[in-house]
Every structure is written in C-alpha cells, then in structure tokens.
Design a protein. Structure first.
Length: 427
C-alpha cells in the first residue's frame, strides 16, 4: 500500500515539474517572437544599388556582346517590340544608341513574379558613369554617376624597362603612366628611358568603393632621366593651371618630344639607310615609330595643315606648318583624325591620324619628318623653346607653394639605383 502512495506522489511531482517547465519555456517563446518582430521592423534595411532596392528584384548581370545593339538586349529581356521600336525617340538627347560598347557591363532588374518583366536596366558607360532605363510606366532615361572618393597618394619608382611596365609591375593605376608622360612630354624622351631612371609623384587617385577608376590631379612630380632631374609643379596662372619647373619655367614647349605614346623607334634619321621595301641604300630623313595599327597620332605643336593626301611611298600622309621656320610630316597613316583637312588649324596634342602601314611599308609604324626652313632635320635633335614662364609678380607665391610640395616629395625615400653593371647590360 505504501508502495502505491509513493508512486502516486512521484507522478504528481512529475506533472508539477512538467507544468512548470512547460510554462517557463512557452512564455519566453511568445516574448521572443514579439521581440524578433520588432527587431525585424526596426533594424533590417533594404540594400540599394544604383538607387534601386535590389532585394525586391531578380538581378541579371551581363556584358554587351560584339555587335549587340540596345534593342537586341532589350528583346532578350522580353521588352515589348513597340517600346524597342521607339528607342530613338525615348533616347534622343539623353543617350546615344551608338554608345553601346561591346564588353561594357549591364544589370537587369526583373520583377519577382511569373512574368519576370524588366523594371530597370542599368548600362555602365564607364567605371563611373551609368545610365538608368526605367520601364515602370513609360520608358524614362537618366544619366548618373557613382560616388567617387579621392585618395591622396605619394609614390616613387625606379624604371626597370618602360614607364608603363614599371607602373604596372608595382600594381599602380596604369593611367598614371599616361598622365606622367603627358606632363613630361616636352622634357623627357620616353622612347629612350634607361634602367635606373626614376620618378616621384604626388597625386590623387579616384576610387569607386575599393576599385581604382583613374587618376585625379597630379600636384607635383620629378623624373630623373639619364642623370638629369626634371621637376613638375601644378600651378594656376591667369586662371589656367599648367605645369612648371622649380624655377618657374613652363614645361610646355613649342613641340612635343614624340607624336604618340608608348611605341619604339625602329629607324632613326640617317644619311644612308637600307630601304626594307626598295632594297637599296638611300637617305632616311625621318624617324620611324613602330606601334600597333590604330594607335593615335598627335600633332606635336600648334599649326595649320598644309597637305593631306596619299602617295605611293608615304601612303596616307599629312604636313603641318607650325610657323615660318618649322614644318612636320606624318606618313603611312591608316586613317586621318576627325575634322582633319587642308587649311585646318590644329592644336598641340590633337589627334590628327592613326598608325597604319599604307604606302611603301613592311608593317604598321609612323614615319615622322621634320623640316627647318625647308630643310630636313633630325626630329630627335630639334631644340624647342619654352613658352612664357611664371610672371614676376607671381614668382614669390609660386616658389613658396612649390617649396611645400617639394618637401612633400622628399618625405619618402628612394629605392636603390640598379648597379651600373645592370644598366650597362641592357644598353
């Protein structure tokens, strides 16, 4: 009998314990659910890209195919033909349909329903610029830009081969090579760089997020070439910013050192050169720059086009008269630049044509000619006078300004120069 009472008491205790445990677990569960609901409403935010809440859409990302048009892309995204047919009307004054470039990125934002209809199309014209095509009601188009952050940088390097390869090997933005070559175009012969040449540069780099999208302003730099150091400081005179050396002389001279970027010299000015096509020795009164077909060619100075045409040996060619003394010529062009015609005035650095292999030529290159008072001279030996220096009334301000920039450049150490034996080995 006592055994039965013990069992009853034990069962009662188990029921009480189970009840307590149940309510202790159940009540917090209700509270927790309410708390989660409150947290969800107050802390979780929509994720935006291009100003669009991407969580609300199915996002399809791709690249424009070769020869693909905007209409073909929209058709593949099930946009109605009547909208596609009106693209020239919708895009007029807002987007040039010819700007759709193979390889550029697009993102399509589709409704999350069975129809998967297109709501937004983003076309990235560049790493910064993009176009929003909004298909919500009728098609609307908006040009926009991503947020760009400027990061101040100070770098130095010693040339190992070319400026381009040195900057690339250091994982710096390749556009830095282009900008540096533009700044020092009148003072440094970038076709004759030697291993051991070096530079320092203070500049802003442009970023979208963590991605570098280009070079901003270059404030100061120096380039040491063949043992001679050339300085460049950005300074505004008469509301125009340009680059000047440490004494206030402009780096811009009457002529560029070369009419194109990053090629190599394959033949120099010579009184007797074996012609690769004619197979005879004869004078070569120019300099040959080898470069890929289509490489842009720049006018090395301001002037007027006095000849444009074609002949059997020079192929497509141009002549520019810069003043009463100097004339330059450009031979074997694949085609001419926009607006290039006889009598047209061109500016220094303007694209006047593109490298080709027309006429008597064994491969794509530019044959550059230079005449002084009607007589051919070596383009690599022409002395170019500088333009107007810093004005006297601005000189003290300029020198104080460049002193600060110079100290900034000096704040980073230089990497060791290559041993002389290494320099000699590549000459």
């Amino acid at each position: 009998m006592k055994q039965i009472y013990k069992i009853i008491i034990l069962l009662t205790l188990l029921i009480v314990i189970a009840t307590v445990v149940y309510w202790s677990v159940f009540k917090p569960t209700i509270t927790l659910t309410k708390n989660l609901a409150i947290d969800k409403n107050t802390t979780i935010k929509a994720v935006y890209e291009y100003g669009i809440p991407i969580d609300s859409f199915t996002v399809v990302k791709g690249r424009i195919r070769t020869n693909q048009t905007l209409g073909e892309l929209l058709s593949s995204l099930n946009v109605k033909p009547n909208i596609i047919n009106k693209l020239p009307i919708y895009t007029k004054g807002k987007f040039d349909l010819r700007q759709v470039v193979a390889g550029n990125t697009y993102k399509a934002f589709l409704n999350q329903d069975s129809a998967s209809s297109l709501v937004y199309l983003i076309y990235e014209k560049s790493p910064i610029d993009f176009v929003v095509f909004n298909f919500k009601d009728s098609l609307t188009i908006e040009n926009n830009q991503k947020e760009v952050t400027l990061v101040r940088k100070l770098n130095e390097a010693t040339i190992s081969s070319s400026l381009w390869e040195t900057i690339y090997n250091l994982n710096l933005n390749p556009n830095l090579a282009l900008d540096m070559s533009d700044i020092f175009a009148w003072t440094v012969d970038f076709f004759g760089l030697q291993k051991g040449d070096r530079f320092k540069v203070l500049y802003d780099e442009r970023y979208v997020g963590n991605t570098s999208v280009g070079i901003g302003m270059i404030y100061a730099a120096w380039f040491e070439h063949k043992g001679e150091r050339f300085y460049a400081y950005r300074f505004a005179q008469d509301s125009t910013a340009s680059y000047w050396d440490e004494k206030g002389n402009s780096l811009r001279k009457s002529f560029l050192k070369a009419p194109l970027h990053f090629s190599r010299i394959t033949s120099r000015y010579s009184g007797s050169r074996f012609h690769p096509v004619l197979k005879i020795y004869r004078p070569h009164t120019g300099v040959d720059y080898a470069a890929p077909t289509g490489t842009p060619i720049m006018a090395i100075g301001d002037g007027f086009i006095i000849e444009k045409g074609y002949n059997g040996s020079a192929g497509n060619y141009l002549k520019i008269r810069h003043n009463s003394v100097y004339t330059t010529g450009y031979n074997h062009l694949s085609r001419f630049g926009n607006g290039v015609a006889n009598g047209v005035r061109v500016k220094q650095g303007q694209i006047i044509g593109f490298v080709g292999s027309t006429g008597s030529s064994t491969g794509p290159h530019l044959d550059m000619r230079f005449w002084m008072n009607g007589h051919p001279v070596d383009p690599l030996k022409v002395k170019s006078p500088p333009v107007e220096p810093i004005k006297n009334e601005m000189m003290q301000t300029y020198l104080s300004f460049t002193k600060i920039l110079g100290e900034k450049l000096d704040s980073i150490p230089l990497t060791p120069i290559f041993p002389e034996a290494a320099v000699e080995s590549i000459r």
